[in-house]
Design a protein around this ligand. Structure first.
Ligand code: GLU
Length: 286
């Protein structure tokens, strides 16, 4: 068996559509082509939006597609302790700070700013302010809720020259490139959300390293996240996987599928009589 390990990591917040099917098949085929391992990971840290019935439907869809994965499947909602430990590592190095601001306050501040901040996956980049011990104690005593933000400035100080040298490897069918990581595009990103004490970034980076993932294969909509993920790997002393960000599947109008597009869900297609071979043909996969 080769050392190649990849994973498909859906969030069970709805039905899988053609775009997810493509991603899962590309991952699976890549593992099979190298005699490597294929993992399924359920990214269900959002306890409000994720539902067990969606997870069951994902398993059914993937099995129908002909995918086989290793058991047990890692379900992130069962590992909040792990992500808390990773957060503690960052906290011990004073790399994160509490942010008590509400979404509304942040949106207002951004609207008042002289320049529009860059957009990242979770919205406009934002740099919060570190409060004094006194201010924090008062808010904590009032029971105010807070998120943990990563301070880009402190991360830069902590890593020194290494910060500017960070890069990640992006592989395509024709080339392998080293891409300079520019995590500062995220401002001071939320690393642990108010509601669940972690974030997609922290949980995903932590799990990829824990599971020995050598190749992260996912849609190019997540390519910007690799810049932040590379920084988290450096701060947490985790191995950096190779990335393959693949093209996104769109409908006939060039629009990406959303979980609410019923017609494009794998279940609807299956019920309409499509076979996995039909799907592969439609997606241009062998
Ligand atoms: N859970 C993420 C999603 O469903 C994928 C994360 C990843 O592949 O890194 O969009």
């Amino acid at each position: 068996m080769s050392a190649f390990v990849t994973r498909f990591a859906p969030s069970p917040t709805g039905s899988l559509h053609l775009g997810h099917g493509f991603s899962a098949l590309v991952c699976f085929d890549a593992a099979r082509a190298t005699g490597g391992r294929f993992l399924l990971r359920i990214e269900d840290i959002d306890l409000v939006r994720c539902k067990p019935e969606y997870e069951a439907a994902i398993v059914e869809d993937l099995a129908w597609l002909g995918l086989k994965w290793e058991e047990p499947v890692r379900r992130q909602s069962e590992h909040f302790d792990d992500y808390e430990k990773a957060l503690e590592t960052l906290r011990a190095q004073h790399l994160v700070y509490r942010c008590f601001k509400t979404r509304r306050e942040i949106a207002d501040e951004i609207a008042r700013a002289p320049h529009e901040p860059p957009q990242v996956s979770e919205g406009p980049a934002y740099v919060g302010e570190m409060l004094s011990d006194m201010e924090e104690r008062t808010l904590l005593a009032e029971g105010a809720s807070f998120a943990w933000r990563l301070s880009m400035e402190r991360a830069r100080d902590y890593l020194g020259a290494k910060f500017d040298d960070l890069s990640f490897t992006e592989e395509t069918a024709d080339e392998t490139r080293a891409i300079k990581a520019t995590p500062e595009i995220f401002g001071d990103p939320v690393i642990a959300r108010k509601d669940n004490g972690t974030s997609y970034h922290l949980a995903s980076v932590y799990d990829d390293a824990l599971q020995g993932v050598t190749h992260v294969i996912r849609g190019e909509d997540l390519a910007p996240a690799a810049h932040l993920h590379r920084l988290l790997q450096a701060l947490l002393d985790l191995a950096a996987p190779i990335y393959r960000h693949h093209r996104l599947i769109t409908d006939e109008h060039g629009k990406r599928f959303a979980k609410r597009d019923k017609a494009a869900t794998l279940k609807t297609m299956r019920e309409a009589g499509a076979t996995p071979a039909d799907l592969r043909a439609r997606l241009g996969l062998p």
